[in-house]
Design a protein around this ligand. Structure first.
Ligand SMILES: [Zn+2]
Length: 215
């Protein structure tokens, strides 16, 4: 994840980070109840998704703060050539709260949940999310966050996570004409100038690429 730790312009906020996260989680829950129509059943959820216009039909629309990405008109404005793979180093709900916090200056396009592979879309693909720590790569990529910690793959890198993420990446590559190879599907650690190490040495690239190709 390219989160607040990456944005050294706001170190003062780090000390109160837990407080911010707790507040943000409450907002996330409130937004979920109204936005996803949990109380009114599947048809309403389907309508909600259609009106939100998620780019990936399986995704749940849980928008990031509009302060945390750049509105654009891709691919007309910038070509979309890369998928960048991240690991959050945060829990799913805490990551969503960060993306919804306008002070955090960070967002991916998608967040995948470890336990069941549930996919949230938080930024539309036509817009430039702030995840790669490199403006040029941000403009030309789609970022996918994965819930978990890079040093605990046995806990977090589940079958469900790999399979759901691979299906998502395959769909992105089909829609944008991105070749399914390791030149175009890269880790955050492979972005030029990246000072982040995710998805880390235990992300199973061979398995992941086979799953993407099998879609
Ligand atoms: Zn990252």
């Amino acid at each position: 994840m390219d989160s607040a730790h990456h944005h050294t312009s706001m170190p003062a906020r780090r000390t109160s980070r837990r407080t911010l996260l707790r507040g943000g989680t409450g907002l996330a829950l409130a937004a979920g109840l109204t936005g996803a129509s949990l109380l009114t059943g599947g048809a309403a959820v389907a309508r909600s998704r259609a009106s939100a216009g998620v780019d990936y039909p399986e995704a749940e629309w849980i928008p990031a703060s509009s302060s945390n990405y750049t509105v654009a008109d891709r691919p007309a404005e910038y070509p979309v050539e890369f998928v960048v793979i991240h690991v959050t180093q945060e829990y799913y709900d805490d990551a969503l709260a960060i993306f919804q916090n306008p002070d955090k200056a960070v967002s991916p396009h998608y967040l995948t949940r470890s336990a069941d592979g549930h996919v949230a879309q938080v930024v539309r693909e036509k817009n430039v999310a702030w995840h790669a720590g490199n403006w040029d790569y941000n403009t030309r990529s789609i970022g996918i966050e994965h819930e978990g910690w890079i040093d605990a793959p046995g806990t977090w890198f589940t079958d469900a996570l790999y399979e759901a993420s691979a299906a998502l990446t395959a769909d992105i590559c089909r829609r944008h004409g991105i070749p399914v190879d390791r030149r175009n599907i890269i880790g955050h650690d492979e972005v030029p100038g990246a000072d982040h190490t995710d998805p880390g040495p235990y992300w199973d690239w061979a398995r992941y690429m086979e799953l993407v190709k099998a879609q």
